[in-house]
Design a protein around this ligand. Structure first.
Ligand code: ADP
Ligand code: ZN
Length: 611
């Protein structure tokens, strides 16, 4: 809440309290500080005793009597027994009459209307807060979208401003072509995905890339953050979504960018019964809107998240956010390019070698690198330098490293070596086995929650695999852990994902695909998974406890078999393993072809294996 709002509310409260006190009972006291209230009979007795020397009547029912010693007493005269006045007359006590003090008009308004005004004031403040600061439209624009619009003329971002994400850029070029001339695309009958999901750590340039698409295509860019949709009142988010798409439709072709989509698009029904109505309504509205236009209108919705795993599966269905672009942290080469982009804005000394900085910043995102350049410039300015030298950038790097949360992502030398062996293990095992997908890249640049990655390039999009392929996949999964075990005789937590993956594959081979030698072609557990609010809660089990135990045993044996096999492959080629690691430590990312070259003719020597 804004400060002035707090002040308004506080002062109204204080005023109301003060007034209530002051006009307690609607009557005013007459000023004597020492006036004591008596019950009527006591007051009458007091008068009757003759102690009262002086009296006054205020309005038509309050009477005050003063004694010799200056003490005041008061009471209300009941209409049915005004005899106290007769007593006063009896004692010939002078009676003064004062009319009831009437309040100034503004005070009486305040008293009568105060509580109402107070409530109204609080309501105003809340409304104001909800629609994010005043402006024309005031109270009525609460359900309007708050999307920020950027016209093509303001969009100076192009693909040249984004570096280190070449693959994502390639993916997006088609989108740019489409936005430039939707009609042409329509004629050719090309299908364009209307929803695109960008996933990647914070600061990797997702927003920048979305802006660049708009900039390249010269179309308006609407941006809104998922958290802006979710408000206190049910229905507001949904109406904002509706409004945002309405604006988009009127200005097509355009880009609608939704940052942090997980704020609305998180999986539904995770808190059973205690769900968040507002968020679900917003999400439903988003789904409705996504279904409601065909991509040909020229609206492209780009959503960004760093938690693609928590998104509601409904969002990722065909026709919605069905195109997935993942934005990795940049590798050495990417970092160098990003550094160059941002270094253009600062005064650099001749011949500063940015590759040195790039090599020393594994785990840095684009935003971190931009920050590094900034810090260098600030530091230089503080020291009255006219141009920045390598040392300035190195100083800035240390500052950024120690000052940001990503520090934990920046790997220690030992962690780096561990990861290198782990990934090299996966890659080498894969390279040695026949019938595997070619290796695309091996990297030890941390990505998301994993420290490294071995990426494959499947030859085709085939979705049916044979036993050999699947067995190999298990062996490859075990390869990372096996390498760590051989070299360091210990394993890190980095392998847990691999084990999960291997276990899942084996379970499916036995239980679903009927590939087990001992069980044969039989499906355990029905294929109808049980869904609760869109989430699978597991398969129904339709087999005995004994069978379950047997399946467990077979799974364990299979894992062990593949683990041994991976270890043997690695031991037999340990020289190549060391070599890969050596290069990985230097380059961080290597191409699959490099590993194949290292292996040379060894590749085809391994005999095919079954189960
Ligand atoms: P995200 O949306 O992924 O959190 P942003 O796009 O907001 O990241 O990135 C923040 C800033 O960091 C950008 O404005 C840009 O200056 C810089 N940046 C991030 N990634 C890159 C990149 N790949 N190339 C150039 N600059 C980048
Ligand atoms: Zn692994």
């Amino acid at each position: 809440m804004k400060r002035e709002n707090v002040l308004i509310i506080l002062s109204m409260l204080v005023l109301a309290f003060f007034l209530a006190k002051m006009f307690d009972g609607g009557n005013l006291s007459t000023g004597s500080q020492r006036t004591q209230e008596l019950i009527y009979s006591d007051f009458k007795a007091l008068v009757a005793s003759g102690d009262v020397v002086n009296a006054q009547i205020v309005g038509d029912s309050l009477i005050e009597g003063f004694t010799q010693d200056g003490m005041g007493y008061r009471t209300y005269i009941p209409a049915e027994d005004p005899s106290v006045i007769d007593y006063l007359r009896l004692y010939q006590i002078p009676i003064n009459y004062v009319p009831e003090k009437s309040l100034p008009w503004y005070l009486s308004i305040l008293i009568n209307w105060g509580p109402f005004l107070l409530i109204f004031g609080i309501w105003m403040v809340l409304m104001r807060r909800m629609q994010g600061g005043g402006g024309a439209g005031g109270l009525f624009s609460i359900g309007r979208s708050r999307a920020k619009k950027m016209e093509p003329s303001e969009m100076k971002v192009t693909f040249d401003d984004v570096a280190g994400v070449e693959e994502a850029k390639d993916d997006l070029k088609e989108t740019v072509d489409f936005l430039k001339d939707p009609a042409k695309f329509r004629k050719l009958g090309g299908r364009i995905p209307k929803g695109m999901l960008m996933s990647g750590s914070p600061g990797t340039g997702k927003t920048l890339l979305a802006k660049a698409v708009a900039g390249e295509a010269e179309v308006p860019f609407y941006s809104m953050s998922g958290s802006d949709f979710v408000e206190m009142f049910v229905g507001v988010g949904a109406s904002r979504v509706r409004d945002m798409f309405e604006q988009g439709r009127q200005n097509a072709p355009c880009i609608i960018f939704i940052d942090e989509i997980d704020a609305v698009g998180g999986s539904r029904g995770t808190g059973m019964g205690g769900g968040n109505d507002e968020r679900e309504q917003t999400l439903n509205q988003l789904l409705v809107e996504m279904d409601g236009f065909d991509g040909m209108e020229g609206i492209i919705v780009i959503a960004a998240t760093n938690r693609p795993d928590v998104l509601d599966p409904a969002l990722l269905r065909p026709g919605r956010f069905d195109r997935h672009v993942s934005i990795p942290l940049p590798d050495v080469k990417g970092r160098e390019e990003i550094l160059h982009i941002h270094a253009k804005k600062v005064q650099m000394a001749e011949g500063v070698d940015m590759s040195i900085i790039a090599r020393g910043t594994p785990g840095f995102s684009g935003a971190d690198l931009k920050n590094l350049i900034n810090e260098a410039a600030l530091g230089g300015a503080r020291n009255n330098k006219t141009e920045l030298k390598l040392a300035d950038f190195e100083w800035a790097r240390d500052k950024v490293m120690m000052g940001t949360e990503r520090r934990s992502m920046v790997m220690s030398e030992k962690e780096k070596r561990n990861t290198a062996y782990h990934e090299a293990g996966h890659a080498l095992v894969s390279a040695l086995l026949p019938k595997t997908d070619p290796i695309h890249k091996v990297t030890i640049v941390p990505r998301g929650r994993s420290l490294g990655l071995t990426a494959f390039l499947p030859k085709n999009d085939s979705h049916s695999y044979d036993i050999d392929f699947l067995s190999n996949r298990i062996t490859i999964a075990m390869g990372g852990r096996a390498a760590e075990k051989i070299i360091f005789d210990e394993v890190t937590t980095g392998a847990s994902n691999d084990i999960q993956q291997a276990t899942d594959t084996i379970r499916n081979m036995i239980c679903t695909w009927g590939m087990s030698k001992s069980f044969g072609p039989i499906v355990f557990g029905s294929d109808n998974q049980h869904y609760v609010l869109g989430r699978s809660i597991g398969k129904g089990r339709e087999f005995s406890e004994k069978t379950a135990t047997e399946i467990d045993e077979e799974m364990r044996a299979t894992i062990k078999f593949h683990d041994e096999k991976a270890k043997k492959l690695l031991r037999d080629n340990i020289d190549v393993l060391h070599k890969i690691v050596e290069v990985l430590m230097k380059e961080e990312t290597i191409e699959g072809s490099y590993i194949m070259d290292l292996l040379g003719p060894k590749k085809s020597k391994v005999e095919p294996v079954g189960g």
